[in-house]
Design a protein around this ligand. Structure first.
Ligand code: M6R
Length: 391
C-alpha cells in the first residue's frame, strides 16, 4: 500500500496535489491534473464548471456544490484539535476577511468545557480528519445543545462527526494512515477557504473580482504544491542532516504564518521527539529570546506581505544572537533571505490567502527527514494514536 514510498507519511505528503485536485474538482473540471484516477464525484447538488476560465460570477456560482451555509449568523467559530486546530485558525482568518464576520478558532477541549457563549446566531464549524476525535465530537454536541447551526469538515465521511453535524464538507483527501497529519491539513485549509468564500458570497459581501482571483489561484494550487515537493524534498533532507541532533527548534510567524509555524513545530516534535516551539514574532522579546543562542535552529515564516517587514526585524534579532535561520518567504520579501542560511521563496503571483498551503510543505518534508534521519518509526510515533477517541 505504501507503493514506492518507505513510509505512509511520505506517501501522504506526496499525495497532496492529488488530494487537493479532488477537493477542487468541481472548480477545476474532471480532467484537470492532480485528479485521482478513481476519485468519486462531488456530493449531491454539485456543479462542475467547464475546465478553464469562466466569468467571476460563474466561478462564484460554481461554489453551489459546497454546503449551504446560514447567513443569519453574527459570528463563526472553528473548533478542532491538534493539526486540525491549526487549519481552524486559518479558516477563521479567511472567514473574517472574506465573509466579513467576526470569526475565531478554539481548541475543542477548551470549547466544550469553557461555557462558550454560542447560540442560534453563531455558526460552529468543527474540523476533524477522522471525524471521531472525542473532544471535537463533544464540542459539536455542546454547540448543538446551545442551538448553534453546525458544519463538519471531515475526511472520513461516514464518521460520527460527519453524521451528527447539520452540514458536511467532505475533504476527499483519501485515507490518511500516518499518525502525523499532512494531506488532511492542506485539504482542511483549502476547505476553510472555500467555506469563507461560500459564506461571503451568500452574505453578498464578496467582490466578484476578489473571489474570482482566489478561485483562479485555487485552480493552480495542486500543481504549485507538486512543484514545491519536487524542489524542496532534497533541500529539506540536507537541512535535516544538519539539524537532526539539535535539542530545541523554534518556529516563528505572525498572522497566518503563526498557524503555519504551529503546524510545522507540531509535525516536527510529534515524530522526531525533538523539542520544538512555535511563537508569534512579537512575543520573542517577551521571553523566548533568552533561549536563542549560537547555532539554535529557527524557522521563520514571512509569507504575508503586510507583516514581512516586522518578521524581518524578528529574524534579525535571532540572527544577531547566532541562530541558524531557515526562512519561508513570499517573493516580495526576498530581502529576508539575506538573514538566512537556507530559504524557500514562494512563487510569484500566489494570493497571500493560499500561501499557507505552499509554506507548510517544506516544513512537513523537514519533519519527515529529521525523524527518518534519527531512525524513528515515522508513521507510528510513541504514545500517540491516529484517532483520539478518548479524552
Ligand atoms: O482526526 P482529527 O483531525 O480530529 O485529529 C486531531 C488531532 O488528533 C490530529 O490532528 C493530531 O494533532 C495529529 N497527529 C497531528 O499530526
Amino acid at each position: 500500500l505504501k507503493g514506492a514510498f518507505d513510509d505512509y507519511m511520505l506517501k501522504e505528503i506526496h499525495e497532496q496535489p492529488e488530494a487537493l485536485g479532488r477537493l477542487l474538482e468541481p472548480l477545476r473540471g474532471p480532467g484537470a491534473p492532480g485528479r485521482a484516477p478513481l476519485g468519486r464525484g462531488a456530493r449531491n447538488g454539485s456543479r462542475t464548471l467547464p475546465n478553464g476560465r469562466g466569468t467571476s460570477e460563474a466561478q462564484v456560482a460554481g461554489l453551489r456544490w459546497l454546503p449551504e451555509l446560514p447567513t443569519n449568523v453574527d459570528e463563526v467559530w472553528f473548533v478542532a484539535c491538534g493539526t486540525a486546530y491549526h487549519a481552524a485558525r486559518l479558516a477563521a482568518s479567511y472567514t473574517d476577511e472574506l465573509a466579513d464576520l467576526p470569526s475565531r478558532a478554539e481548541l475543542a477541549s477548551e470549547f466544550r468545557y469553557g461555557q462558550p457563549r454560542v447560540g442560534p446566531r453563531s455558526l460552529v464549524v468543527v474540523i476533524s480528519q477522522s471525524g471521531e476525535t472525542a473532544d471535537t465530537l463533544g464540542a459539536l454536541r455542546e454547540a448543538q445543545r446551545l442551538g448553534a447551526p453546525t458544519v463538519a469538515v471531515v475526511n472520513v465521511e461516514g464518521s460520527t462527526i460527519g453524521r451528527e453535524a447539520d452540514q458536511v464538507l467532505p475533504l476527499r483527501a483519501g485515507d490518511e494512515i500516518a499518525v502525523a497529519s499532512t494531506k488532511a491539513f492542506t485539504a482542511q485549509v483549502v476547505a476553510g477557504l472555500l467555506l469563507a468564500l461560500r459564506l461571503g458570497q451568500a452574505r453578498g459581501v464578496l467582490r466578484p473580482e476578489r473571489s474570482g482571483g482566489i478561485l483562479e489561484g485555487l485552480r493552480l494550487l495542486p500543481e504549485q504544491v507538486a512543484a514545491m515537493l519536487a524542489v524542496q524534498e532534497a533541500r529539506m533532507q540536507e537541512l535535516a542532516t544538519r539539524w537532526r541532533d539539535r535539542r530545541d527548534l523554534f518556529f516563528i510567524g505572525r498572522g497566518r504564518d503563526l498557524a503555519v509555524a504551529m503546524e510545522g513545530q507540531l509535525k516536527l516534535k510529534e515524530i522526531s521527539y525533538l523539542h520544538a516551539e512555535a511563537l508569534a514574532g512579537g512575543e520573542l522579546k517577551h521571553g523566548t529570546l533568552s533561549l536563542i543562542t549560537e547555532g539554535v535552529p529557527v524557522v521563520g515564516l514571512a509569507t504575508q506581505p503586510d507583516l514581512a517587514v516586522k518578521m524581518a526585524g524578528n529574524l534579525q534579532e535571532t540572527r544577531s544572537r547566532g541562530a541558524e535561520v531557515l526562512v519561508v518567504v513570499g517573493p516580495e520579501a526576498e530581502g529576508v533571505t539575506e538573514l538566512a542560511f537556507m530559504s524557500v521563496v514562494l512563487p510569484q503571483g500566489v494570493d497571500p490567502l493560499l500561501r499557507p498551503v505552499l509554506a507548510v510543505v517544506p516544513l512537513q518534508l523537514l519533519a519527515y527527514a529529521v525523524a527518518k534521519g534519527r531512525g524513528l518509526d515515522v508513521d507510528k510515533p510513541r504514545n500517540l494514536a491516529k484517532s483520539v477517541t478518548v479524552e
